[in-house]
Design a protein around this ligand. Sequence first.
Ligand SMILES: Cc1cc2nc3c(=O)[nH]c(=O)nc-3n(C[C@H](O)[C@H](O)[C@H](O)COP(=O)(O)O)c2cc1C
Length: 317
Amino acid sequence: MMDWTDRHCRVFHRKLSRRAELYTEMVTAPAVVHGDRDRLLGYEAQEHPVVLQLGGSDPAQLAEAAKIGADYSYDAINLNCGCPSDRVQSGSFGAVLMEKADLVADCVAAMIAAQPRPVTVKCRIGVDDQIAEEVLPAFLEKVAAAGVRHFVIHARNAWLQGLSPKENREIPPLNYELAYAMKRAFPHLELCLNGGVAGLEAVPAHLEAGLDGVMIGRAAYHDPAKVLLGADSRLWGAQDPVATAQEAALAMRPYIADHLAKGGRLHHITRHMLGLFTGQPGARSWRRMLSEAGGRRDAGLADYDAALAQMSGVPAG
Ligand SMILES: Cc1cc2nc3c(=O)[nH]c(=O)nc-3n(C[C@H](O)[C@H](O)[C@H](O)COP(=O)(O)O)c2cc1C
C-alpha cells in the first residue's frame, strides 16, 4: 500500500508472521527502469516471501522492470490492475487495465518471458458500469492464457470517475460470491480474495469457500496483531515467531537500533507500529509516546523503550 507498506513496515509485519506473503507498495515500471533502484527496490532478506508490485502498461518497460525486480530476488512480480487514482489513470495503468485485457495479456507475457519469477496480477472485478459477472471471467481467461496462474481479486468495481481512491475502497459494494464463482469456473488458477477482510478470524470462511488465499490491507496496517499474530499456527499449522504483541515490539529493537545507527529516524519505523497494541491497556499511551517522539529528530531507542515499558508487564531492553 502506497506510503504505508515500505520496507520498515514489512520488517515489522514479518516479526508477527513468517509465512504471510508481504507486498511492496506499487512501484511504477518507469521509476524502476529510470529511478534510484536501491531506494525503490532495496529490502531486507528477512522480508521474504515478498512480492514486488509494479504499475505500468507498456509491455517492454514492464518486462525490463520485472527483470530488475527478479535481479533483486523478489519472490514474485505482481502487476497492478486495481488502482483507481487519477494519477494512475492518466498513466493508463491500474484499474483502467480492467478494460484492456488484451494489453494486460501482452504485458504479463512480456514480463514472464523476461525473467524467471512468477508473474501475478491484482485486479478489481470490473470498472465503472462494467458487468463484473461478464468482465471478470473474460479478463481472467485472457490473462491466464498469457501465463498468469495467481490472481488477487479486490472484490469490488472501481469507479473511475467521481470517487476518490479512498471512496473506491469503501463505496462500490463487495462481491465475494463472484470471487468464489471464479474459483469454481477456473479451479486450476490460484485465486486470492481482497477487500474488507477485518481480521484473521474472517479468513477460514473464504478458504472454505474454495479460495486459495486472502489479502488483507488496511486491517493489517491499522491492527497488525489482529491480522498477523497467530496467523502461522492457525493458517499453516506452523510455529508462530512470537506469542504476543509485546514480543514483536521487543523483536524490533535490533532493527531499530541498526536503523538509528545508520542515521535513520525512529519515526520511519515506529509510524507503522502505532496500532500494534490496539485494544490493550496502555495502547493509547504507546501511540502518544511514539507519536511525540516521532516529532523529534533525536528520538532514540530510549524513547521506544519508555513507550514499551508502560505497556503492562513489558520489561524494557
Ligand atoms: C493508503 C493505501 C495505499 C494503497 N496502495 C496500494 C498499492 O500500492 N497497490 C495496490 O494493489 N493496492 C493498494 N491499496 C489498496 C489495498 O491493497 C486493498 O486493495 C484495499 O485497501 C482493499 O483491501 P482491504 O479492505 O483489506 O484494505 C492501497 C490502500 C490504501 C489504504
